[in-house]
Design a binder for this molecule. Structure first.
Ligand code: ADP
Length: 474
């Protein structure tokens, strides 16, 4: 089957979050099943610098800056298609913002054109198949297919419903979609319109990245205003749990670690803890529970809930904390202040650092993911594989991947789970984890249970292929 993925970020070329990990791995897992898979993404500077790209053809669309389609290759035999449009994409900063974090004013033009090119390329592709668009940035691709009356099957995946790409009627006039799409059961949204809603309204199948999140987004609490449309389309909505790329996230072969290890040689993990403590300036205490957190710092991730309980436990000298993250200024400042208050016990690195993320999962004892909502979440699955016990809130993919230790299930539990999004519930659960940590044999057992879980991509890759077939992709 010919599969064209359209996305704004793809690991290892450019990444701001889990979306890039997914679009970096799912296509390769599908190619490994024998399918003909391509990924279309914008030609940011990092993408053009990464490897050789061949010229395929010029794109001449009226009113759009000059563009070319380039072709390269991703790991696993996946075709990389690059929309090389320097005016839109050769800019400093992230894919979405300038260097100071301000969104580009013409993001609707940039990503509308990505969707347009994806739809047009897919529609003209005589190999048939399916167009698979990811998140709001690619949300217009299914709408352009529908507008062209194409019979190409389309699938749209919600990686995070909170980011919708919402614009006004003035911008709509510039994206070249029919006026009749601007209605309540189309892409109109409270007088405005949104890219994400276009993806939901005009795709043949909608997926999201875990079964629990697929149920949660049908409710007003998690649906961010789109639960009505999603309920209307619930027969076409599927929750397919993301996988982990175990070629990248594997403690047995991870070159970033001081010492590699697996479930049978878990004792060796101690060397990574010692190296991490030394590297970030924590006291070198082998048996103090070291909690690692790697994340965007946003309200979604619930880090504000964790501040008070962590401060209390640090004050009691009950644990150590190492945090790597960036995002909301207030949260960055609050955690920097925590590190300042507890030198030697708490280390905070504000920024984005892929290698350091590996070292944290390799060296920490536990990883805390207290999200208010979490479509899938990858870091708890990295924690599982690295024997770094996840402590998570019961929501979305966190609920689907971590089994709470109840005191009676030491043969199957893989972490610690709490229900209410409150500092009190989080504090209680950290207390349970600390108690388990004080029994090394129990802790080792729970870690090994987690390390033996298999959240590889093969299962998800097959689930998507089945779904494409059901929506008529050939
Ligand atoms: P989200 O996509 O909501 O940010 P996920 O858990 O799905 O959350 O994916 C986050 C990904 O980004 C993981 O691969 C995680 O390791 C990585 N990540 C997040 N923040 C950082 C950071 N500051 N440095 C390095 N990697 C990070």
């Amino acid at each position: 089957m010919r599969i064209l993925h359209v996305a704004a970020e793809v690991h290892p070329l450019i990444k701001t979050g889990g979306l890039a990990d997914v679009v970096g791995s799912l296509p390769a897992a599908q190619a490994a099943l024998g399918h003909d898979v391509a990924v279309l993404m914008p030609g940011y500077p990092a993408v053009k610098a990464a490897g050789p790209l061949q010229f395929l053809f010029d794109l001449n669309h009226p009113g759009e800056p000059p563009a070319q389609m380039l072709r390269g290759e991703l790991a696993g035999g996946v075709e990389l298609l690059v929309l090389d449009q320097p005016y839109y994409f050769e800019r400093p900063g992230t894919p979405y913002t300038d260097e100071r974090g301000h969104g580009w004013r013409d993001n609707y033009r940039r990503f509308a054109h990505l969707g347009y090119v994806g739809a047009r390329y897919s529609q003209l592709d005589d190999r048939g198949g399916v167009l698979h668009a990811h998140d709001w940035h690619a949300g217009l691709a299914p709408a352009y297919l529908r507008a062209a009356l194409s019979d190409r099957a389309s699938c749209f995946t919600i990686h995070n419903i909170a980011y919708q790409g919402r614009y006004g009627v003035t911008e709509y006039a510039e994206v070249g979609l029919p006026g009749e799409f601007y209605r309540f059961d189309g892409l109109e949204f409270h007088g405005d319109w949104s890219f994400l809603k276009a993806g939901l309204a005009y795709s043949d199948a909608i997926t999201t990245v875990s079964p629990t999140y697929a149920r949660e987004i049908l409710t007003p609490e998690f649906g961010f205003g789109l639960d009505g449309l999603l309920n209307y389309r619930r027969g076409d909505l599927h929750g397919i749990l993301n996988g982990v790329d175990y070629t990248v996230w594997n403690p047995a072969s991870d070159a970033a670690l001081t010492q590699t290890y697996d479930a049978k040689t878990l004792k060796r993990k101690a060397a990574n803890k010692a190296a991490l403590q030394a590297a970030v300036g924590l006291e070198s205490i082998p048996d103090r529970m070291l909690v690692g957190m790697v994340s965007r710092l946003t309200v979604q991730k619930g880090f504000d809930l964790a501040l008070e309980p962590l401060a209390a436990l640090l004050a009691d000298d009950a644990l150590q904390l190492v945090l790597l993250g960036s995002g909301a200024g207030a949260l960055e400042a609050a955690f920097a202040e925590l590190a300042h208050r507890f030198p030697g016990r708490c280390a905070v690195q504000i920024g984005y650092d892929e290698l350091q993320a590996h070292r944290i999962f390799g060296g920490a004892d536990a990883t805390l993911v207290p999200s208010r909502f979490e479509p899938c979440g990858l870091t708890q699955m990295y924690g599982l594989r690295y024997g770094t016990l996840p402590i998570v809130r019961k929501t979305g993919g966190l609920a689907d991947t971590v089994t709470d230790y109840t005191g009676k299930n030491r043969d199957s539990a893989t972490g610690f789970v709490f229900g209410t999004a409150s500092p009190v519930a989080l504090r209680r659960t950290l207390g349970r984890a600390l108690k388990a940590y004080s029994e090394p044999a129990l802790w080792r057992r729970l870690a090994q249970n987690g390390m033996r879980q298999d959240f590889g991509w093969d299962r998800a890759a097959r689930a998507y292929i089945d779904l494409y077939a059901r929506i008529g992709a050939k």
